[in-house]
Design a protein around this ligand. Structure first.
Ligand code: C5P
Length: 400
């Protein structure tokens, strides 16, 4: 595997020599990118000797091979160890003022960081916020451990041991374990027009479906996202990903059409979109006027169940995954409803999540249970929507 190891300026850099040696001995092609500052701790010669690859800190060397992005593009895994508070802040902000920064922005591979700093810096609200941003983006954080720090003080801040970092990095779900897999994901919420200015919609922000698509693409899959209405910042994240193609839709019928035509080439289909169950029988061509005290009655007709249709039409080897958002607070009743729904829709996996006024929708975190074909719980995860997405892909990988 092509692994990039970023080394930033902390005394723990000396421990990363062992990390690099261990990865090289395991047969990986390791490329070290030290920051200028880290060279005060461990020099270029050591990194070249240990990694057996040329090492530079500068974006201005080897320009002909566009080194500032080529390392990131080739990487199948990036490990930053030690990761100082400074590099975590730079990563959270997307700064790219050196070779490590450009590589981290250019890569779509899983990223693992092993923070090392004094306890005060680790606990500073700025660092806490930066680490939360990185986790939300799918970065794996290993450590820091508790113990004695360089100044003789002690507390959380010590870099984890190199073997622990190597084990955690190589076990990261998604070290391109979906390479080449053709994935189709629906995300967002449909809108059914009433007239040219009004619609029936739902509270979906698109975050969970987009996280499912991003996780798959980061793990090497070729992804098509059929995107109903989603928050702009959420939608932008899939539009920027080099391995994601986006098809924009508005209504349930448009979503059905786009999913059906893209489904023939997909190996895994995930329906994460919140689809309106009903649409108005007849959309008014002009803006409807007020009806006064008599009130207004809308004639609704049922939309097709797209998921059930895709499951019924699936070909050999194709997997279909559905979502079920339920407001049932009792876990057993929630799972019972999920089991019934999985069987009715005929899907391979059903991701059940409890939603409500303050749960599930429009938030960055989620809690789900994944039900398998016999109704058994095959995965359970509470965390960011990205963590939930990775748990879903782990379940898909396990089944395939
Ligand atoms: O029946 P329910 O709406 O709870 O099912 C949810 C699942 O079915 C989701 O995966 C959703 O994307 C999908 N769905 C669909 N077509 C509909 C309604 C829901 O594909 N008309």
């Amino acid at each position: 595997m092509f692994i990039v190891v970023g080394v930033t300026g902390g005394i723990a850099a000396y421990k990363s020599v062992h990390l690099v040696r261990r990865l090289v001995r395991a047969g990986h092609d390791v490329h070290v990118i030290p920051t200028e500052d880290s060279l005060h701790f461990v020099g270029l010669t050591t990194w070249e000797a240990i990694s057996r690859n040329p090492v530079t800190t500068s974006v201005h060397e080897d320009v002909a091979r566009v080194r500032h992005v080529s390392l990131g593009r080739s990487a199948e895994l990036v490990v930053v160890a030690p990761a100082t508070a400074n590099v975590l802040a730079k990563m959270a902000a997307g700064l790219a003022d050196d070779l490590l920064g450009t590589t981290l922005l250019a890569t779509t591979a899983p990223v693992v960081v092993a923070p090392a700093m004094h306890t005060e810096m680790w606990r500073h609200p700025a660092t806490v916020a930066n680490v939360a941003v990185l986790r939300e983006r799918g970065v794996t954080v290993v450590g820091p451990a508790e113990g004695e720090l360089t100044g003789g003080d002690s507390g959380p801040g010590r870099m984890s041991e190199p073997d622990e970092i190597a084990d955690a990095a190589l076990a990261v779900p998604g070290v391109h374990d979906l390479a080449g897999l053709r994935v189709l994901v629906s995300a967002g919420g449909t809108r059914e027009p009433l007239d040219p200015v009004r619609y029936l919609g739902n509270r979906s922000s698109g975050r969970q479906g987009v996280a499912v698509a991003l996780a798959a693409a980061d793990r090497g899959a070729d992804v098509t996202v059929v995107l109903a209405h989603a928050d702009t910042d959420v939608a932008d994240r899939v539009r920027r990903h080099p391995r994601i193609r986006v098809v924009d839709v508005g209504t349930a019928e448009e979503l059905q059409h786009a999913m059906t035509s893209a489904s023939s080439s997909a190996e895994v289909i995930v329906m994460a979109a919140a689809v309106a169950d009903y649409r108005v029988a007849e959309v008014s061509a002009v803006k409807m006027s007020k009806k006064g005290d008599a009130g207004l009655t809308l004639d609704l007709v049922q939309n097709p169940d797209i998921l059930a249709g895709l499951a019924a039409a699936r070909r050999d080897g194709q997997m279909v995954v559905g979502f079920a958002a339920e407001t049932e607070p009792d876990r057993e009743l929630l799972l019972e409803r999920g089991r019934g729904k999985r069987a009715r829709k005929g899907v391979d996996l059903l991701v059940v999540n409890e939603v409500g006024w303050t749960r599930g929708f429009d938030r960055t975190d989620n809690a789900v249970v994944v039900l398998g074909p016999d109704g058994a719980v095959v995965a359970e995860r509470q965390g960011t929507k990205r963590e939930v997405a990775d748990a879903l892909w782990d379940a898909v990988v396990a089944r395939r």
